[in-house]
Write a protein that binds this ligand. Structure first.
Ligand code: NAD
Length: 506
């Protein structure tokens, strides 16, 4: 399989089975770990968007009428292609995002391969609910059909997995796709498209446009031949994308921001909760829409929880993302690092206690100079009220805020008190508390005694301002299909009973 290299790529647009340069302006990809240049490419122009949509439109009749078995076989081959490119995918993902190589190797890439294997199976399990003679004079049946060309837009935090989540269910169901990854992380999406070609998926079924949101993104969402818009990103941009989709009367699927609460009741296993909070807050540098961001800890455990997390935060090895010993790499960009630092500085200025971190490190765990990279220390904030900016808004960095609560009612109420509702966790050994928390926490996913794990068979998606629609699992196939009711006359008579409403008894 032909793979992109980090040196001089043949262009960052993948249209109709071919990689080529865009016709837009030049864009410099920065290495988050060093601040240096990774590569420069030409962005997608409006003309590139039109070409990609035309390629997906042309590929639709053949792909949508392929048998589920044929689509399934192609996805099985895609899983094998991705698996065979695993190490290169992991290294490229780490190079473009700054995430630790351990995460790319052990989470991003295997998760993507497993997703492809899952949708290979799911492609053969599309179903309608019932068929029968409901009117007495007709046989009704359900056809579940693909929608057409899907315009997908993905964020930079998990570029490979987001490409997989957007493309796999869509093509499993018979749609064709134009994916726009974030402009600063196009590389593994391009590799994904090339793996699809190597797997024998026809040209035009998967297209990748590397371009800016405000230009290529809006053009894609608004294109009249795009029948569905699938977006993952921030709530602010999701609103705009949703508005554009409504204007075109297109189906939309919005996976938006999160501010996951982490609720620790006083009977919890403290060691498990402390380790869970550290891992849940720092995964992917905290640039994870389900990351643990607000820990609510019942008063008897509060002090020990804060000191336990602060101690573990201090032991996290920050450094070169390519080093397997590194726990926390660089954030996606200097801009993101400065945005995170801004949240922490405003909290500090408002009187918060910064119990750990609160600054960019000079040196890594191995003594290397980190000053040119987009690094930030794991940061623990306490002493802030529920309405503080750092409690209410998505920071998207390695920052955990901890607040105490007294009664179970209060803990659950505070946990639900943000506009978001993507994920939440409850920590308790009491089955009744657990049942209550899983019922009352307003989020699309609630973990008990853990925080973060996902699995291909189960859905991921938001409540409230975290959006609507589901990724992964059989549920995502509902997003990418439409239901047709077919009603066939069984009487074979010219004058149907219901014609009396028109003709009377004559
Ligand atoms: P973002 O909203 O800034 O950008 C996401 C994508 O939208 C990018 O590809 C961007 O180029 C594009 N875009 C920007 N403006 C656009 C416009 N006007 N029209 C069309 N497209 C446009 O988000 P980000 O900073 O890349 O990612 C971080 C955000 O993503 C966080 O809020 C995070 O919570 C969210 N996220 C959510 C999930 C989820 O499953 N709910 C998963 C990952 C990330």
């Amino acid at each position: 399989m032909e793979r992109p290299t980090l040196g001089t790529p043949p262009g960052a647009q993948y249209v109709a089975g071919r990689r080529r340069p865009g016709r837009g302006e030049e864009f410099r990809l920065t290495d988050p770990a060093s601040g240096g240049e990774l590569l420069t490419y030409r962005l997608a122009s409006a003309e590139d968007v039109d070409e990609a949509v035309a390629a997906a439109t042309a590929a639709y009749p053949e792909w949508s009428s392929a048998t589920p078995a044929d689509r399934s076989a192609a996805l099985t081959r895609l899983a094998a292609e991705l698996d065979s490119a695993a190490e290169e995918l992991a290294q490229t993902e780490t190079a473009q995002t700054g995430k630790p190589i351990r995460l790319s190797r052990e989470f991003d890439v295997p998760g993507t391969v497993d997703n492809a294997a899952f949708f290979a199976g799911a492609a053969r399990n599309l179903e309608g609910r019932a068929a029968g003679e409901y009117s007495g004079d007709h046989t009704s049946s359900i056809r579940r059909e693909p929608i057409g060309v899907v315009g997908s837009i993905a964020p930079w935090n998990y570029p490979l997995q987001m490409a997989a989540w957007k493309i796999l269910p869509a093509i499993a169901a018979g749609n064709t796709v134009v994916l726009k990854p974030a402009e600063n992380t196009p590389l593994t999406s391009l590799m994904f498209a090339e793996a699809a070609k190597a797997a024998g998926i026809p040209d035009g079924v998967v297209n990748v446009l590397s371009g800016q949101g405000s230009s290529a993104g809006e053009r894609l969402v608004s294109h009249p031949d795009v029948r569905m818009v699938s977006f993952t990103g921030s709530t602010a941009v999701g609103r705009r994308v949703g508005e554009l989709a409504v204007r075109g009367v297109k189906r939309s699927h919005l996976e938006l921001g999160g501010k996951a609460p982490f609720v620790v009741f006083d009977d919890a296993d403290l060691e498990a909760a402390v380790h869970g909070a550290v891992a849940g807050a720092l995964i992917n540098g905290g640039q994870d829409c389900t990351a643990a961001t607000r820990a609510y800890v019942q008063r008897p455990l509060f002090e020990d929880f804060v000191s336990g997390v602060a101690e573990l935060f201090g032991r996290i090895r920050i450094g070169d993302p390519a080093d397997p010993a590194t726990d926390l790499g660089a954030l996606i960009s200097h801009r993101q690092r400065d945005a995170v630092a801004g949240f922490v500085e405003r909290a500090r200025a408002a009187g918060a206690v910064i119990a750990a971190g609160g600054e960019a490190p000079d040196k890594g765990h191995d003594g290397a100079d980190l000053s040119a990279g987009a690094y930030y220390r794991p940061t623990l904030i306490t002493g802030v009220p529920q309405d503080a900016e750092c409690v209410q808004q998505e920071i998207f960095g390695p920052v955990l805020v901890v607040l105490p609560f007294d009664t179970d009612d209060e803990g659950l109420r505070l946990a639900n008190d943000t506009p978001y509702g993507l994920a939440a966790s409850a920590w308790t050994r009491d089955v009744y508390r657990s049942l209550r928390a899983t019922r009352e926490l307003q989020a699309g996913c609630v973990w008990v005694n853990d925080h973060i794990p996902i699995i291909s068979e189960m859905p991921h998606g938001g409540y409230k301002a975290s959006g609507y629609g589901k990724d992964m699992s059989q549920y995502s196939l509902d997003e990418y299909t439409q239901i047709k009711h077919v009603m066939q006359d069984t009487t074979a008579v010219a004058r149907k009973g219901w014609h009396r409403t028109i003709f009377g008894d004559v």
